[in-house]
Design a protein around this ligand. Structure first.
Ligand code: DAH
Length: 343
């Protein structure tokens, strides 16, 4: 009996080493300890057949062996469970800190925003303030205040979108109304730029779009002259297209300036020789400008006998087209990723 107990204990110990998963372990436990047919259970049943003295001794030994076998079993079970959790952690683990959506592609700035920020940098470096104005504008600010009366033919140059039920509201056609708003609000002297979105009722084509960006400039002080205007425009042109760039100013009518000019720069591509970009002229038209009309100063509450200044309007969308060689202005508004992802 004693030998049998030791043998069975050793046998279980050996076999446990090869029990590599929980089902295997459970089978072993049943094989030795099942109530009806376990090897250990059966062996203990034989105690009854022993003489009393020996039965007591073997009974005690049997309990010791049983404890040892059970603790060997439970040690193996813990080991197997640990291994299972380790495997879980390794291969089937869930990282609760991982993002649960695939990462979204990163966006980036629109080419118009790039050119706008570049110009904002330039102008703030020259002491200009950056101002904003409403896109839904009153007819008064958009037209009258900048010297375009209701019956004036100049209105035809800038047809816009009117608002149903609000006959005196318009989508602003240019950033110029902010000249008067700025004068009213901040007074003189003033040095400001106004980048912003404008709207025109256009039959669109590659060069015309219903939504466009401009950058207005306004400088008013006591001794501002036309040469200041020219100096600023040359600085802008060289900043955009390089030191060799020339500026050409030719008279042009704009109701809000007197005199008014149409501003061109030498073509950055052919340097004036003539090419496709400049339509063989050697010049690119990029802004309108002039000395602020006395009526505009008056509308802004400024006395034109004491103060004078200049204003300009840069076609921001046009600059973007030239900079990135975009052949159709309408691309800028489409939101088409095939276009946008090129920048
Ligand atoms: N507002 C004009 C336009 O949209 C551009 C412009 C021309 C602005 C001359 C000015 C200026 O400030 O002096 O066509």
């Amino acid at each position: 009996m004693r030998d049998d107990l030791y043998r069975i204990k050793q046998e279980l110990a050996d076999r446990l080493k090869t029990a590599n998963d929980l089902p295997g372990w459970e089978a072993l436990e049943a094989e030795y300890f099942s109530r009806t047919a376990g090897k250990f259970t059966n062996l203990i049943k034989k105690l009854k057949q022993l003489p009393e003295e020996e039965r007591k001794i073997m009974g005690r030994l049997g309990n010791e062996v049983k404890d040892e076998m059970l603790s060997a079993l439970s040690a193996r079970r813990s080991f197997l469970e640990g291994a299972r959790f380790a495997r879980l952690a390794e291969t089937e683990a869930i990282d609760v800190t991982a993002p649960f959506l695939p990462p979204l592609p990163m966006g980036h700035l629109h080419p118009t925003t790039h050119v706008q920020s570049d110009l904002e940098d330039l102008f703030t470096s020259m002491g200009f303030t950056i101002l904003d104005g409403p896109e839904l504008e009153s007819e008064y600010y958009n037209f009258e205040s900048v010297n375009i009366p209701a019956d004036h033919p100049a209105r035809d140059m800038q047809d816009t979108f009117y608002i149903k039920g609000h006959p005196h509201w318009v989508m602003r056609t240019h950033t110029s109304p902010v000249q008067v708003r700025a004068l009213e609000r901040y007074g003189v002297p003033i040095r400001a730029i106004v980048p912003g979105r404008c709207f025109r009722n256009e039959a669109t084509d590659p060069r015309h779009e219903h939504t466009l960006y401009q950058l207005e400039g306004l400088v008013v002080d006591r001794q501002i002259t036309f040469s200041h205007l020219k100096g600023i425009l040359e600085t802008v042109a060289r900043y955009l297209y390089g030191e060799a760039t020339q500026v050409r100013l030719r008279p042009k009518f704009y109701p809000f300036v007197e005199p008014g000019v149409n501003g061109e720069v030498t073509c950055f591509l052919c340097a004036g020789a003539g090419c496709r970009v400049c339509k063989e002229t050697g010049w690119l038209e990029i802004f309108g400008a002039g000395m602020v009309h006395p009526n505009v100063l008056t509308a802004g509450g400024v006395d034109p006998r004491e103060y004078q200044g200049f204003a300009f309007g840069l076609g921001l969308s046009r600059l973007v087209m030239l900079k990135y060689k975009i052949e159709d202005v309408r691309h800028l508004q489409t939101g088409d990723l095939r276009f946008l992802s090129q920048f």
